[in-house]
Ligand binder design. Structure first.
Ligand code: SAM
Length: 220
């Protein structure tokens, strides 16, 4: 991306504030989530040619047939995780690193896994440049989770699964929350699954469309 002038930055900041107002109107009411969405510069996570669309409420291509998620879905899923500032959170599907940054604003530590090394490397660089020091990025199959760091009070999956991976359910602590899109390859529902002792309590948040989760406990 070429150098942005102060007036470009000011215009992007105005567009970001407009997006936050739009998210509030759509029903996102957690002030911490809205504040994080207002701080993280989404324009740093999109390809330079799409800069002008960075603050529209829609997913955008980031290469390798993958996307940066729609802001509303990022806000809704982060709100559903109900993060405390000391929480350790696992994200499966780093992509551009945008949701990773939102999580890092709200939680103590973020563990994020991406299967495509090029995307993981670019996200890591971007997040370091932006000053985040509480994020660990790993390349691999996130359907198996991050067993050495488990249990997690919160896990978010940002790619569509045929069902909730058992490894992720196992790595959820008691009272933990998993947010995951479940369904077919072209359309899904976003679910919040809460672990209460031996029980799993499911709540459907909304219909959604994600790229597929590819891995041992996802799609082949
Ligand atoms: N939240 C991301 C963002 O804001 O940029 C968008 C993530 S994108 C919709 C989904 C990502 O999940 C893609 O980068 C894809 O490569 C990754 N992915 C798919 N299957 C995976 C797996 N088994 N483990 C880790 N990452 C996976």
């Amino acid at each position: 991306m070429g150098e942005l002038t102060p007036s470009d930055e000011a215009e992007l900041a105005r567009a970001r504030a407009g997006l936050v107002a739009e998210l509030r109107a759509l029903g996102i009411d957690d002030g911490r989530v809205l504040a994080a969405m207002g701080r993280v510069p989404r324009h740093r996570f999109v390809p330079p040619s799409l800069l002008g669309y960075a603050y529209e409420d829609r997913p955008l291509p980031i290469g390798f047939d993958q996307t940066i998620s729609q802001p509303y879905i990022v806000a809704l899923s982060t709100e559903a995780l109900d993060l405390a500032p000391t929480d350790r959170v696992l994200e499966v599907g780093t992509g551009s690193g945008y949701q990773t940054a939102i999580l890092a604003e709200l939680a103590g530590e973020v563990y994020t896994i991406e299967r495509l090394p090029e995307l993981a490397r670019a996200a890591q660089e971007r997040l370091t440049q932006l000053g985040y020091r509480n994020i660990r990025v790993r390349v691999g199959d996130g359907t198996k989770g991050w067993p050495e760091a488990a249990p997690f009070p919160a896990i978010v999956v940002t790619a569509a699964a045929p069902r909730a991976p058992q490894s992720l359910l196992n790595q959820l602590g008691d009272g933990g929350r998993l947010v995951i899109p479940i369904g077919g390859k072209t359309s899904q529902d976003l679910w919040l699954i809460e672990k209460r002792g031996e029980r799993l309590v499911h709540r459907c948040l909304c219909p959604c469309t994600f790229v597929p989760l590819i891995g041992e406990e996802g799609w082949t």
